[in-house]
Design a protein around this ligand. Structure first.
Ligand code: SF4
Ligand code: SF4
Length: 253
């Protein structure tokens, strides 16, 4: 089993107080970005330390590799099943569903998928909770290249369960909306099922893939390979930045 543990920030809840950066003894966060928490050295994070989340005033920090049913053991290493698991069923009862997207103002695919995912989660949540699962559903805009790298974002939109993409393969075609936003040619995700291609996945596709991700069916792909921001997304962020007229290079504008 792989041993993986590092913090993930909910940037919607985060107030940029910088306490997590100050508290971390390992330099996991990028001090150059203070007070904004940007995970720069995930491999330095101490397994189950939780020092940063214990001092976060808004509960914005969770961890890749967290198991709600394992007691925190400050600094003690503990084997956890994470994204490189062999697909065997996990005893983990925490389910973090992340919706990672580029744009919810104009992009038809992001907006459509967002709406279907809301419906699916509304239906699945009560059943999972009855079964004893703690479900956390978050929507995170991949607003900058920096954020995309932090979440190992490969294609928009992406739905992940406990850090793992619920769909095995990534297929893309040209997205007029995101091309318009960035002033460049940008591809976004399409979803394939039974020989058909969908720009917005159906409820059945989403529900089926979420269940498979939760129960770790063996066919599901992992996400432990080395990550590099795809050229397509790099082009999007550069185009967006250039369209905004910002020349400071901070990637926040
Ligand atoms: S869990 Fe501990 S080591 Fe890891 S980022 Fe937080 S404070 Fe740093
Ligand atoms: S402690 Fe929490 S609110 Fe403060 S910067 Fe870190 S994540 Fe954001």
């Amino acid at each position: 089993m792989a041993r993986i543990w590092y913090p993930v920030i909910d940037y919607i809840a985060c107030t940029d107080c910088g306490d997590c950066i100050k508290r971390c003894p390992q330099g996991v966060y990028d001090s150059n970005k203070f007070p904004s928490p940007v995970v720069k050295n995930p491999n330095e994070c101490i397994d189950h330390c939780r020092e940063c989340s214990m001092h976060c005033p808004v509960g914005a920090i969770s961890y890749v590799g967290d198991h709600a049913d394992l007691a925190p053991t400050n600094g003690n290493e503990m084997e956890v099943e994470a994204c490189c698991s062999n697909g065997s069923e996990s005893t983990n009862k925490k389910v973090v569903v992340n919706y990672l997207y580029l744009d919810l103002q104009t992009c038809d695919r992001c907006i459509g998928t967002d709406s279907i995912l809301d419906e699916v989660m509304l239906t699945l949540n009560p059943a999972l909770e009855i079964a004893g699962y703690e479900v956390e559903y978050k929507k995170i805009q991949m607003d900058t290249a920096e954020l995309a790298q932090q979440y190992r974002f490969l294609s928009s939109p992406t739905i992940s369960v406990n850090g793992r993409d619920i769909f095995q393969a990534i297929s893309e075609n040209n997205c007029g909306c995101c091309s318009e936003i960035s002033g460049t040619n940008v591809d976004c995700r399409v979803f394939e099922s039974n020989g058909e291609t969908f720009e917005v996945p159906t409820k059945e596709m989403l529900a089926d893939s979420i269940f498979k991700a939760i129960f770790r069916q063996p066919t599901l792909g992992g996400s432990c390979e080395d990550y590099e921001l795809p050229e397509n997304l790099r082009t999007f962020y550069e185009g967006k930045l250039s369209k905004s007229g910002c020349s400071c290079g901070c990637e926040h504008c």
